[in-house]
Design a protein around this ligand. Structure first.
Ligand SMILES: [Mg+2]
Length: 407
């Protein structure tokens, strides 16, 4: 079998609602002519073969830029046998190396193609991708959703969700206390402390200690991801389960976080960490350190989510999958079939390959316009000190007193 073509499908994801993630700020100076307010893009990749088998993948990690990277990589992949996945991954990695450290952009480009190669192999062998990864550890994958208010949390609970995460907060302890009281002890609760502005390690350690009584599943991204020594300080100071790693790609990017035991839960992003090939290896590295894996979501779309289901089905240390419920009604129309959440779980797909395809006509209705997060409010040029609107990556969060407010 030979690769004969690679095509990309880039789309603007329509406006996320208020429950959605941090990149939902308006781009430009308000709504676009189509009324879009979100800046999120999804990039799908199809790899075509001379035997008529077509594989699908998805790239997150800055989709508009990655589209060009994928088209560059196409030139070195045409004519190759798509079933030699590891060989082609190594070829892509070597090809991209001249651009410097790859990060999630290079990782995202390799991810979409790698994912499509696994899809092709599964279809060629008439078996699901999880079977190629060693078979099933589980038949369904537990998910968690986002909730920052009691109202949203209780709505999710009514709909069967068993775990929620709050985040982006200036008053984390109060928020966690309020949510824990509302949802009870049986539901799992998490918090994502990410910036900017980031907490300092000293502040994050105090916050982590204050969160100890609430028995969180994990405390995510307590400080800037580059500050690995800071992770050690938090770890030594507080008895909470730490999670991180969504902004890192490949086994090389995640190596220190895992090998230095800086987290209990590693969160590679299935759309940009380097593909199914890397997700499986990262999981194995984590397993050897008794670290669980909970793939990041939010930036990625529905095809990468499928890939995450296959990975989580096959690895022993799969903890839970992040999933933003209700992020965009069009998510369900983008792919066929759409996974259905039931009792807080998604079924593991059982069709050959990944078991998913995109509706190309639907995707084409949403051409990409913009793909960058506005770090503050769209119209805010106050650069208010100590807030997101200051637009400073390295700075200390102010108003420290509210971190520990309980009422
Ligand atoms: Mg996060």
């Amino acid at each position: 079998m030979k690769i004969v073509d690679i095509r990309t499908f880039l789309m603007q994801v329509d406006a996320p609602n208020l429950r959605s993630w941090a990149s939902d700020g308006s781009f430009g100076h308000g709504k676009s002519k189509k009324g879009l307010t979100g800046t999120r893009n999804w990039l799908f990749v199809k790899v075509y073969t001379d035997e008529g088998i077509v594989g699908i993948g998805e790239c997150s990690g800055w989709p508009r830029v990655i589209e060009t990277a994928v088209q560059d990589l196409k030139s070195i992949l045409i004519g190759e046998d798509p079933t030699h996945i590891e060989r082609l991954w190594q070829k892509m990695m070597s090809a991209l190396m001249a651009h410097g450290m790859l990060g999630t952009v290079g990782g995202g480009a390799m991810t979409g193609i790698d994912m499509a190669l696994w899809d092709i192999k599964g279809k060629a062998l008439n078996t699901p991708v999880w079977n190629l990864l060693g078979g099933k550890m589980r038949d369904k994958i537990r998910i968690y959703a986002h909730a920052n208010t009691v109202e949203v949390a209780l709505d999710l609970k009514r709909r069967g969700i068993t775990a929620i995460k709050c985040g982006g907060v200036s008053d984390p302890v109060k928020k966690v206390a309020t949510l824990r009281e509302a949802i009870g002890a049986e539901m799992d609760l998490m918090i994502d402390l990410h910036g900017p502005p980031w907490l300092t390690p000293a502040d994050a350690a105090q916050v982590a200690r204050a969160l100890e009584p609430y028995r969180l599943m994990f405390v995510e991204d307590p400080i800037a991801p580059e500050n690995l020594d800071g992770y050690r300080r938090i770890r030594d100071a507080a008895n909470v389960t730490l999670a991180g790693g969504e902004r890192m790609a490949t086994i090389y990017g995640l190596r220190d976080l895992i090998e230095k035991d800086l987290v209990d839960v590693v969160q590679p992003d299935t759309g940009r960490a380097g593909g199914i090939t890397q997700m499986k290896k990262i999981a194995a590295m984590a397993e050897s350190h008794h670290i669980m894996m909970a793939p990041h979501s939010g930036s990625l779309g529905p095809v990468a989510e499928y890939a995450a289901l296959h990975v989580l089905a096959a690895i022993p240390n799969g903890l839970i999958l992040e999933r933003i419920e209700d992020d965009w009604a069009g998510r369900a129309q983008t792919i066929i079939p759409h996974p259905v959440q039931k009792d807080g779980y998604l079924d593991v797909p059982d069709k050959p390959g990944l078991g998913v395809d995109i509706d190309e006509e639907f995707v084409a209705r949403f051409p990409s316009e913009c793909n960058v997060s506005n770090p503050g409010k769209s119209t805010d040029t106050s650069y208010a000190s100590g807030t997101f609107d200051e637009h400073v990556y390295v700075q200390t969060r102010l108003r420290r007193g509210v971190y520990f407010a309980k009422d």
